[in-house]
Ligand binder design. Structure first.
Ligand code: DWN
Length: 438
């Protein structure tokens, strides 16, 4: 390795030891350009049609350090496409996963509600599928929050997550973690050295992976014959119904309905056994997958509902595109009106979806100066592209704004409960759809 290459690696190693955050400027992949995929990720056919285009945007978690504000930021296309063969909704372009996930600033523990939700998922499924001494593997284990809920002597745990800065945190909690992208070769290696897993969990991960066939082949080899593969992914139906277009970002390559997911699993000797709906991340399905190829009654019922909702029809997304284009005007117009009226507005949460909304609507620091976020690693940095300064939640009391723009709208119940004093003194929460929340 040449000297100049050695420096970033040394910086990386030193920062990892201190489990400090590594901002993206220190960690660039060999070829940072995106490439266009022309075949469907679920059925591999090439019947993809563009249904919504959010333009060229910076990676939504590529938060910018103050010293990097004047530097050029990478931007990549955000083109949402529908497969006319199997109904899979997906991005047309792939940004190198090394760029998006090696150094990551989303922590599962950032929301108590989410930590409880994933802890419950682990305990319930461990009780149902994992015998004493059984192995539980989590793909995309992040900071180990979910696995730590079942840290006990009679089951074996393994996390797999490419984010080196976060895997260090999981390992420090005693969760054995492989800091790599899940793949079929890694799955085969784990099966060889640790045996097959009775439970494999992947929450908000499958949609982030370009090669779904490689994942499914890995799961097929790693999953015990009586085991279960439990997946959670944001569900396409509420995504369309509520026009959750700000959840379209480069990390989210696929937007799942049961129909394409079931077809994908069947191609790998797996089947959808059970589907449950949860109010996480704007509406999420928990899909229980097992070995064997047949259509469970539960899956059939979901396929019928999706047919009735028109989730495979282009016309469904034409309506979504209309609403998205309308929001691009309405949201900045509202913020400009509030500014002219002398009202102070503060952003709440610096989620990936906030980056998308602010960049798509062209909302700079003239309309929204600052946001708060409870994630220490994000505080002091700036929103990619629009550069709002990210402050600690205490800024809400320091600034005491008239309005709070709730960029982390999917956490509304938890946030409104916490900020009841702000509401009591007349503060107002505004969703990005311009709904006022009390
Ligand atoms: O798929 C993904 C989902 C699961 O999480 C990842 N690709 C990236 C990430 O998306 P996100 O950043 O939009 O997720 P959240 O959970 O909507 O982000 C919420 C943000 O808001 C976090 O940065 C934490 C912050 N927050 C806060 O400031 N106060 C959250 C809560 C609950 C709060 O009370």
């Amino acid at each position: 390795m040449s000297t100049e290459q050695a420096q970033p690696q040394r910086a990386l190693a030193e920062r990892m030891e201190r489990s400090q955050v590594i901002t993206l400027s220190e960690f660039q992949p060999a070829d940072p350009s995106s490439w266009e995929r022309t075949s469907c990720r679920a059925c591999l056919k090439t019947d993809l049609v563009e249904v919504l285009n959010l333009g060229e945007q910076p990676p939504s978690n590529a938060f910018v350090a103050t010293e990097d504000l004047g530097k050029q930021e990478s931007r990549f296309p955000l083109s949402l496409r529908l497969c006319e063969s199997c109904g899979m909704v997906q991005l047309g372009h792939v940004v190198p996963p090394e760029l998006l996930f090696r150094s990551y600033l989303f922590f599962t523990s950032s929301s108590k509600w989410m930590a409880d939700h994933f802890g419950k998922l682990m305990t319930e499924n461990a009780a149902e599928f994992v015998p004493p001494g059984g192995l539980i593997v989590e793909i995309g284990s992040n900071d180990g929050t979910a696995l730590s809920a079942i840290q006990r002597s009679d089951v074996r745990l393994l996390g797999i997550d490419p984010a080196r800065n976060i895997s260090v945190m999981a390992a420090s909690r005693g969760i054995p973690t492989i800091a790599e992208f899940f793949s079929e070769p890694i799955a085969a290696e784990v099966a060889k050295v640790a045996g097959q897993a009775h439970l494999i969990v992947a929450c908000n991960v499958l949609g982030h992976i370009n090669n779904l066939d490689d994942v499914c082949e890995g799961v097929r080899k790693l999953l015990h014959p009586q085991g279960a593969f439990v997946i959670e992914v944001p569900y396409l139906a509420p995504f369309v119904e509520r026009n959750e277009y700000d959840t379209i970002y480069h990390e989210h390559l696929s937007y799942f309905a049961v129909r394409p997911l079931a077809a994908l699993m069947n191609r790998h000797g797996l089947h959808v056994e059970r589907v449950q709906l949860f109010p996480v991340h704007g509406g999420t399905i928990r899909v229980t997958v097992k070995h064997g190829v047949w259509r469970s009654d539960d899956a059939q019922a979901w396929l019928k509902r999706e047919e009735a909702a028109g989730l495979s029809k282009q016309s469904t997304y034409a309506r979504m595109a209309e609403l998205t284009i309308r929001n691009k005007t309405e949201l900045p117009t509202k913020l400009a009106e509030l500014k002219r009226a002398g009202k102070k507005v503060l952003g709440y949460g610096a989620p990936a979806k906030g980056t998308v909304r602010l960049n798509y609507c062209g909302i700079g620091t003239d309309l929204l100066a600052e946001v708060t976020d409870s994630t220490p690693a994000k505080q002091g940095l700036h929103i990619p592209g629009t550069h709002q300064h990210i402050r600690a939640p205490s800024a809400l009391n320091d600034i005491n704004p008239d309005y709070v723009l709730l960029l982390a709208w999917n956490h509304a119940p938890e946030i409104l409960a916490r900020e009841s004093a702000f509401i009591a003194r007349g503060g107002k929460f505004l969703t990005p759809w311009l709904e006022e929340l009390k």
